[in-house]
Write a protein that binds this ligand. Structure first.
Ligand code: NAI
Ligand code: MG
Length: 354
């Protein structure tokens, strides 16, 4: 019997609504597989907690979380708490504190999922973006001088360490080799004449160890154009923190929308727990209405199963989502349906087969 301890930080807005459905699917897996057991512990951290306690989560939160096999996160952020506080004090604290330096974001158009692109076949949108998740443009380094004065100056540094670049790029090469896929690096070495020149150099250096892997290297502006015009160019993509953030929202838009986009924050060495989440935010405009699409949160359950080494279940969860999309009967409003969050969760659980 494999028992996995999962810390649930459902968070704000639609976070708790979509997490509930992901947990429903995990419970269903448990029913269908006598070898698997999940223990959930929920933590009430987030903006509401902040308004009450003056902090997004307690000081010893990382210590508490370190006991778990995985973290399942809904969404953080709500009007009334500045976004840079809610983002930095939970999400980024966990990503950095637990050295979750890989952010894996599938951009895969499932059968039946809507795609705004003309003349693009479903098979053409099938990539996995490996985003650097620990430093780069989101390192949090910089300074704010002479605030409010006429000579006010703000500096935001990009931090690209050799270790940081090598490990994410190596991870992507390994993945490309394992899956026999093409690897594309996305950077911007023409304008960012230190950080991205360095990135490109390391991409080449590591590439020498992987002569079997075919590669491309694009500037981020051209890459965003190709995401829309010729998404079939991309299979495995490796890129920096900021570029990955932006490109994967674009990726979500071409692969069914924010209600379908999931992301895994991985510490590949498994020294710390990894974190699984939908990439959308707390959607305050639809919170509490039962309208949120839980499929992104459920897709991240599929990623969690993959990371635990139960890829059969990872595939089964995706297959159930795909069947639901193809049947087009039980869908939330964003996908053109009229069903509630809970009805969609029930339907995925019912479609699950080993
Ligand atoms: P958002 O992703 O919450 O919403 C953008 C649009 O997509 C809204 O119209 C929303 O209704 C829709 N949407 C999002 N998730 C949906 C779902 N599951 N089903 C159906 N429709 C969905 O982004 P926004 O509005 O920029 O940010 C709202 C709050 O969320 C902010 O406080 C922001 O900081 C936070 N945020 C948190 C993230 C996280 O926890 N990982 C990521 C992005 C934003
Ligand atoms: Mg984002």
């Amino acid at each position: 019997m494999n028992t996995y301890k999962i810390a649930v930080i459902a968070g704000d807005g639609v976070g708790p609504e979509v997490c509930r459905e992901g947990m429903k699917v995990l419970r269903q897996i448990e029913k269908l597989d006598a070898d698997l057991h999940f223990e959930f512990q929920e933590f009430p951290w987030g903006c509401e907690y902040y308004l009450e306690h003056g902090e997004m989560m307690p000081q010893d939160a990382l210590e508490i979380l370190s006991e778990f096999d995985a973290i399942y996160l809904g969404a953080i952020g709500f009007p009334g708490v500045p976004d840079h506080i809610s983002l930095w004090d939970i999400l980024l604290k966990i990503r950095k504190g637990f050295d979750q330096y890989i952010n894996l974001r599938p951009v895969k158009l499932l059968k039946g999922a809507p795609c705004p692109l003309k003349d693009v076949k479903r098979e053409d949108v099938d990539m996995l973006v490996v985003r650097e998740n620990s430093e780069g443009e989101y390192a949090g380094s910089g300074s704010w001088l002479y605030p409010g004065k006429p000579n006010e100056v703000v500096i935001q540094d990009g931090v690209f360490s050799r270790v940081g670049c090598e490990r994410v790029i190596r991870y992507a090469y390994e993945l490309a080799r394992k899956e026999n896929k093409r690897l594309t690096s996305i950077s911007k070495a023409n304008a960012l004449n230190y950080s991205m020149v360095f990135w490109d150099q390391i991409f080449q250096e590591i590439g020498a160890e992987y002569p079997d892997v075919e590669t491309d290297s694009y500037l981020v502006d051209a890459a965003s154009m190709f995401f829309v015009k010729e998404p079939q160019r991309f299979q495995i993509v490796v890129t920096s923190n900021l570029f990955g953030d932006i490109l994967t929202d674009l990726g979500a838009a071409i692969a069914g929308g924010m209600g379908l986009a999931a992301g895994a924050n991985l510490n590949p060495e498994r020294k710390f727990p990894s974190m699984f989440e939908p990439i959308h935010g707390s959607a305050p405009d639809i919170a509490g209405l039962g309208k949120a699409n839980p499929l992104a949160a459920i897709w991240s359950v599929s990623q969690m199963m993959d990371f635990f080494g139960h890829e059969d279940w990872g595939r089964a969860v995706l297959a159930a989502i795909e069947q639901l999309l193809a049947e087009k009967k039980i869908l939330t409003e964003d996908l053109g349906g009229t069903s509630t969050t809970a009805e969609v969760g029930d339907a995925v659980a019912a479609l699950l087969k080993k």
